[in-house]
Design a binder for this molecule. Structure first.
Ligand code: MLT
Length: 330
């Protein structure tokens, strides 16, 4: 009896040792298959563009494909929620910005996820200035003329955005609230499709991340009337800041980052973070992103903890600011 019990105990501990060894081997080898990176907006927009540049380099570094999947709609909340509910084995990640993770807390009565509790921050993937862009035949050549035009044509003027809680929503709602205008809102699944419609003149203006609009501004298909930072952008030296052009204190920049579902292992987080940091340090990647006005993080700003702090700081800053702007949650 005693011998049988000892055999059983020995077999059980061998099995658990084998399981621990298998888990350790899987962790050491991670990733052993392609990783899905959910971008919660349509293809062809700023979040998508930034994710694709980074994921391509990170795939080379990790030796496994990081495949971008666009899950747009509801201001990014559908895609973000998909990652909140995904397995935390490191094979489903999120690339999202502070709109969908911080600002929208003020804009929805209830969200299906808690951005601070349901995710593991992995690393910051760049911060973007925004640009106020208008259709090219809007009868305004300067920010002052734009403001007069919008004020005179309220209820008729249309601005585009990528849904409640999107970056373009934040940029637009702060602008409209500071200009004290009430205009029509046209929602899209991302500012990629919105930009196509702005180029063809189907609505009047939007505030979008520079990475998405610089090309169309340079081609003369839309006009830039102001930038959202307190300093002018080297990429658009003739375009004034919205602050200097008349709306004192207007300042919005958008950070983007990688997150995993809650409980993703520290080792796997460290591997993705390492690949991200190496990708951003790559000369060709950093040149390309700098040309697109993307501000890349320093080493200290690149850690998972720094991203956790960034998320909290954005919630603390923007939730009261959006409430103060008088926007009612949906
Ligand atoms: C936004 O407005 O939040 C983004 O521009 C969405 C996108 O990436 O299309």
């Amino acid at each position: 009896m005693e011998l049988q019990r000892r055999h059983l105990l020995a077999a059980a501990s061998a099995a658990s040792l084998a399981a621990i060894a298998a888990r350790a081997a899987a962790q050491a080898a991670y990733p052993t298959k392609p990783i899905t990176v959910i971008v919660p907006f349509a293809a062809g927009g700023p979040t998508d563009a930034l994710a694709r540049v980074l994921c391509q380099k990170m795939s080379e570094i990790l030796g496994q494909q990081l495949i971008v999947e666009n899950v747009g709609g509801a201001g990014g909340t559908i895609g973000v929620n998909k990652v909140a509910k995904a397995a935390n084995d490191g094979y489903t990640l999120l690339f999202a910005h502070m709109g969908t993770l911080a600002v929208n807390i003020a804009l929805y009565k209830s969200l299906p996820y808690d951005s601070q509790k349901d995710f593991e921050p992995i690393g910051l993937g760049g911060t973007n200035p925004m640009v106020l862009v208008a259709k090219k035949d809007l009868p305004a050549k300067s920010f002052a003329e734009f403001q007069d035009y919008v004020k005179a044509n309220q209820k008729k003027v249309q601005y585009g955005m990528a849904g409640i809680g999107a970056a373009s929503h934040l940029g637009g709602l702060m602008l409209n609230s500071m200009m004290k205008v009430d205009v029509l809102e046209i929602p899209y699944k991302g500012t990629g499709p919105a930009l196509n419609d702005l180029v063809s003149g189907q609505f009047d203006y939007m505030v979008d991340q520079a990475v998405n609009v610089l090309g169309q501004i340079r081609s003369g298909n839309i006009k830039a009337l102001g930038v959202s930072t307190l300093k002018r952008l080297p990429q658009l030296p003739d375009v004034p800041t919205i602050d200097e052009a008349g709306l004192k204190g207007y300042e919005v920049t958008i950070w983007n980052g990688f997150f995993g579902p809650k409980g993703m292992s520290k080792d796997n987080i460290a591997k993705i973070n390492d690949a991200l940091v190496k990708a951003m340090a790559d000369a060709a990647v950093s040149k390309r992103l700098t040309e697109l006005a993307v501000d890349l993080p320093t080493k200290e700003e690149s850690t998972p903890d720094a991203l956790r702090g960034q998320l909290k700081a954005s919630i603390d800053k923007w939730v009261p600011a959006v409430k103060a702007a008088g926007v009612k949650p949906e």
